[in-house]
Design a protein around this ligand. Structure first.
Ligand SMILES: *Cc1c(COP(=O)(O)O)cnc(C)c1O
Length: 221
């Protein structure tokens, strides 16, 4: 199927409150343009340099999401345009994003990445560490960032029961924190979980934002 057909297929089964992020990492400009022409406006990339190159040539009403693990020294290259940063797993990264956002007189939306997978390789904060960050006084000083939710990546497995457990744990944590904390720069609205292989299950477990790559653009090399 074409990119356009894939997009329509996915969107036709998507609840209204769920945002589809088209993960276009490694894919050529022409593929992104095709998705854009089919109405897609939210794109996710995992490398800052690649995202900047695509931003420069594609229409300016695209919302760019950084979904990859961040290197602080590169935040400055995307601070003027990035719409949402998903993968934050250190307070120091928030400070750097704040500093760069301030230079452009912007407030950058951020998601804290929770470690929900049992695998050793996945990045992310423990629920405890997330609670500490969002309750901290230090966070209140960062006026140019806003924490708008959490992001999680489940274990790479076919085991539905395990996926269910991982997604529902994050959903429960999200719902608890949402009612507990609401400040100027922490308003929890977005729960980013689910990829091509597991997004349906993620949505059943409360996801409001799915990050889908290969089911739209085909497999990556
Ligand atoms: C690549 C990537 C995705 C998309 O993966 P697919 O399996 O191709 O849908 C989602 N989230 C993150 C963080 C990624 O790096």
């Amino acid at each position: 199927m074409s990119i356009k057909e894939n997009l329509h297929q996915i969107k036709s089964n998507l609840p209204e409150n769920v945002t589809l992020v088209a993960v276009s990492k490694t894919k050529p400009i022409a593929d992104l343009q095709e998705a854009y022409d089919a109405g897609q406006r939210v794109f996710g990339e995992n490398k800052i340099q690649e995202m900047v190159e695509k931003f420069d040539v594609l229409p300016k009403d695209i919302q760019w999401h950084m979904i990859g693990h961040l290197q602080s020294n590169k935040v400055k290259y995307m601070a003027h345009f990035v719409d949402l940063i998903h993968g934050i797993d250190k307070f120091s990264t928030l400070k750097e994003i704040n500093k760069q956002a301030k230079k452009h007189d912007r407030v950058i939306n951020c998601l804290l990445q929770a470690k929900i997978a049992k695998e050793e390789t996945k990045f992310g904060l423990s629920f405890e560490d997330i609670e500490t960050i969002i309750a901290s006084e230090k966070l209140r000083e960062l006026k140019n960032i806003k924490i708008v939710g959490f992001m999680g990546m489940a274990t790479f497995t076919e085991n539905q029961e395990q996926l269910n457990e991982e997604f529902s744990a994050l959903n429960n944590f999200f719902n608890t924190q949402k009612t507990k904390i609401e400040t100027e720069n922490c308003q929890l609205k977005i729960l980013s979980m689910g990829m091509s292989g597991d997004y349906e299950l993620a949505i059943e477990n409360g996801s409001t934002m799915i990050r889908v790559g290969s089911s739209i653009f085909g497999s990556r090399n």
